[in-house]
Ligand binder design. Structure first.
Ligand SMILES: NC(=O)c1ccc[n+]([C@@H]2O[C@H](COP(=O)([O-])OP(=O)(O)OC[C@H]3O[C@@H](n4cnc5c(N)ncnc54)[C@H](OP(=O)(O)O)[C@@H]3O)[C@@H](O)[C@H]2O)c1
Length: 317
């Protein structure tokens, strides 16, 4: 019987690499993506990356993952680098690691994965299970040291962040961080940002979801913590709010040619943001998203206009 690995090899071999020439052309003609420095290390990262829950995870779970091959190719050949994943996203981490390995792209990706070995019902993480989960991520992603590992959803910070710090001290993880996309958990996130030595946070931020602008993003600037932006489209929320409305003409003032670029440029214009990682399962959308990392970003007045426009739309059904 064919194994999952056999199926993956077959689909990779038969996939049409249509995204590749387009991505290369884009990178050549439109020039490199804007980069931002990781605050504590100065390492420059392209500002648009790729997330891997949502639709990416759905396709990763299916038998035909050829579309994801094109998405990863488009990310790297189009000038991006950051790939955000987690053991909790089903097959995403494993499939992305294998595709990158087969395409010879593994070393060109900045792998950002997560740790959460707390049992489903809650409580604390078993350190042995946490170590096992980390070793599985090393095997799947094929890179040692890993570029970034974050404690997923702030779960058992005392055990899990301490473990990540030890791996960092041993040279096996280059950056450590914590993530949260829950408003109720923001006070805890702030506490961790104030009291722990972390390189990154991952948080939800979108043109219609701006709570992090109050305390979290200013604190990230103050404490020199890098920021990965999650859920920049509200997953499906902003798409349903926008519907089939045309992009306003004034989006051209900051070089946005699509709604995706409009939404991504809004978050990228905040100086605390290091990289935004929207998820996609389509190479054409990956290339569209990379376009947000080129050209001008909106200034403060333009950002206010963007907020007014979006806030005037009906809420998502
Ligand atoms: N607590 C945490 O650590 C946490 C929580 C949430 C998210 N995250 C991370 O953040 C990433 C992003 O968040 P998300 O995936 O929830 O939502 P999202 O990036 O806001 O939205 C993804 C959706 O937008 C669509 N899309 C992407 N690019 C598009 C384009 N150019 N035009 C039209 N549609 C487009 C995708 O569909 P298509 O496939 O059709 O493009 C998908 O349905 C996640 O994948 C994950 O890596 C982390």
């Amino acid at each position: 019987m064919a194994t999952r690995r056999d199926c993956l090899k077959f689909t990779l071999a038969t996939a049409a690499a249509t995204a590749l020439p387009q991505a290369r052309l884009l990178a050549q003609e439109a020039g490199p993506l804007l980069t931002r420095a990781v605050p504590k290390t100065g390492e420059q990262l392209p500002v648009v990356g790729l997330g891997s829950s949502a639709t990416f995870a759905q396709v990763a779970r299916s038998e035909d993952v050829s579309a994801l091959r094109e998405v990863l190719q488009a990310l790297v050949e189009g000038g991006g680098q950051v790939f955000d994943t987690a053991p909790a996203y089903g097959a995403s981490e494993e499939v992305a690691g294998q595709i990158a390995h087969e395409l010879g792209l593994g070393e060109r990706v900045f792998w950002a994965t997560k740790l959460n070995a707390v049992p489903r019902g809650g409580g604390t993480a078993d350190p042995a299970a946490a170590r096992e989960q980390l070793e599985t991520s090393f095997r799947r992603l094929g890179k040692d040291p890993l570029d970034l590992v974050q404690v997923h959803n702030l779960a058992d910070i005392p055990t899990q962040l301490a473990l990540l710090q030890r791996y960092k001290a041993d040279g096996r993880i280059r950056h450590v961080g914590v993530t949260s996309t829950s408003k109720q958990a923001y006070p805890r996130l702030v506490e961790v940002m104030r009291n722990e030595d972390i390189d990154f946070i991952g948080v939800d931020y979108a043109v219609d979801n701006r709570d992090v602008e109050e305390t979290i993003l200013p604190l990230a600037l103050e404490r020199r913590i890098g920021v990965l932006v999650y859920v920049p489209f509200g997953r499906t929320r902003l798409w349903s709010r926008i519907g089939d409305r045309p992009l306003p003409d004034w989006a051209a003032e900051f070089d946005a040619t699509s709604w995706a670029q409009f939404m991504l440029k809004y978050v990228l214009a905040h100086p605390a943001v290091t990289c935004v990682t929207p998820a996609t399962s389509k190479a054409r959308n990956m290339l569209d998203n990379l376009g947000a990392g080129r050209g001008r970003l909106p200034d403060d007045a333009q950002r206010r206009r963007m907020v007014e426009f979006i806030d005037a739309l009906p809420p998502a059904p």
